[in-house]
Design a binder for this molecule. Structure first.
Ligand SMILES: Cc1ncc(COP(=O)(O)O)c(C=O)c1O
Length: 409
């Protein structure tokens, strides 16, 4: 990979200190850390030098106030079995209240080691083999195996694209639901489209689910990354009358770039629904968690507001830079401008390449590593997902390489 300049100031980032653009501009070499995004490039792309704009983590340093909390815990030399104190759920409750105007009761909070495991356990907990589960492609690919891997029937309710934005196909949804349909897995905000579903959209979706008795699992892992002046709407707050059948998954992992901590949270307001879920978590014995994840989550939710606000400003700059670059330099590649997430859904069909040729072109000619749109299911052919959660210089490098490669086509 080409050498990248490190144009940041050398200031030290400390808890409580104001962050600057330079902190997000800083290049931190992740190679040799078993980073999937960086160290698995050869294995995944067959080219160890692609600029990696794929897996959904960011190339920014996990904030110092989180690392310091973990370091403080390490000062005690015993890392034995650890339970979650009230502060664990309390920090989350206060965060979602401050950030998303959502009032959560401490009783409703359930720990899970990840959002994908949370989705998978929800499928097991609330459906039986042969039951139908709805997802809305193109959508985050693990949803497919969370359903089919448990021998449940996958029902695809494709999203429609209207004026460059995804919308639900509610008419089709109504027709698709049968007495065997038990669960709808929602990506809110949407991955890969970055769509922040509006309260009206969510309420209409929930109304159909309520009429037909279909539970909703709302994966809100990207919720904190909604760009102001837009805001995230938890599905439960859009459909308060159906809150007893909506399970929400959230985590600080995307927000604070700490996915390696394997720490997430489910909110299940209804006591019976919660017991069904918690009993299965107990049986599977996946609810223990890890001592550093607890410290990290609490630090993130207690101290993270300012850092997140500044991150969103930087990411918005990257998003707009990417959009403007494509419009000006590569107008045959179009982008769904995300309301949320650091993910951009790019339409490469204008290059006129077949799917396989497009994949080869990006890896061998442009030397950039993107997620293949087809992985997200129907509607993804000819599309790619680009992760712009990185220092701008890296994004600039990737786009320069792409432009050069397109010019040589
Ligand atoms: C929509 C969505 N859900 C879940 C995850 C992953 O969750 P976890 O790592 O907590 O299993 C991702 C990661 O990219 C995601 O985009």
């Amino acid at each position: 990979m080409k050498k990248l300049s490190n144009n940041n100031s050398d200031q030290t980032v400390m808890a409580g200190k104001r962050f600057t653009q330079a902190d997000f501009d800083r290049i931190t070499d992740r190679q040799g850390t078993n980073s999937i995004k960086w160290d698995a490039r050869d294995q995944v792309f067959g080219n160890p030098d692609v600029v990696p704009l794929w897996v959904a983590d960011m190339d920014f340093e996990t904030p110092a106030f989180i690392r310091e909390r973990i370091a403080r815990r390490l000062e005690h030399p015993i890392l034995g079995y650890t339970y979650r104190s009230e502060r664990f759920a309390g920090s989350f409750i206060s965060w979602v209240n401050r950030r998303h105007h959502w009032e959560v009761d401490p009783e409703w909070v359930v720990f899970m080691p990840g959002v994908v495991p949370a989705v998978s356990v929800a499928v097991l907990a609330y459906t039986d083999p042969g039951d139908e589960v709805i997802i809305q492609p193109p959508v985050y690919h693990p949803f497919y195996f969370c359903v089919e891997g448990h021998n449940r029937k996958l029902i695809l309710n494709p999203l429609k694209t209207i004026n460059g934005r995804f919308t639900f196909d509610l008419e089709l949804l109504r027709q698709q639901i049968t007495p065997k349909t038990r669960l709808l897995i929602l990506s809110n905000p949407h991955n890969p489209g970055g769509t922040a579903w509006s309260a009206e959209e969510l309420a209409s979706l929930a109304a159909i689910c309520q009429e037909t008795g279909v539970r909703i699992l709302s994966d809100e892992i990207h919720s904190d990354l909604t760009y102001p002046p837009g805001h995230h709407t938890p599905a439960v707050t859009a459909a308060p009358n159906y809150a007893h059948r909506i399970i929400t998954a959230m985590a600080p992992s995307k927000t604070f770039n700490m996915a390696g901590m394997s720490t997430s949270i489910l909110v299940i307001p209804d006591p019976k629904e919660r017991k069904t879920y918690a009993d299965l978590v107990y049986t599977l014995h996946v609810g223990m968690g890890n001592v550093f994840g607890f410290e990290a989550l609490q630090a993130a939710y207690e101290e993270g507001d300012q850092w997140l606000d500044e991150l969103l400003t930087y990411l918005k700059g990257n998003r707009d830079y990417l959009h403007q670059f494509l419009q000006a330099e590569l107008p045959m590649i179009t982008m769904m401008v995300p309301d949320a997430t650091y993910l951009a859904w790019l339409d490469f069909r204008g290059l006129g390449l077949e799917q396989k040729a497009l994949e080869d072109f990006l890896v061998t000619k442009a030397s950039i590593g993107l997620n293949i749109g087809k992985q997200f299911g129907p509607g993804g052919e000819g599309f790619m997902r680009l992760n712009f959660g990185c220092p701008r210089s890296l994004l600039q490098q990737a786009l320069t390489q792409l432009k050069e490669a397109v010019n040589n086509l």
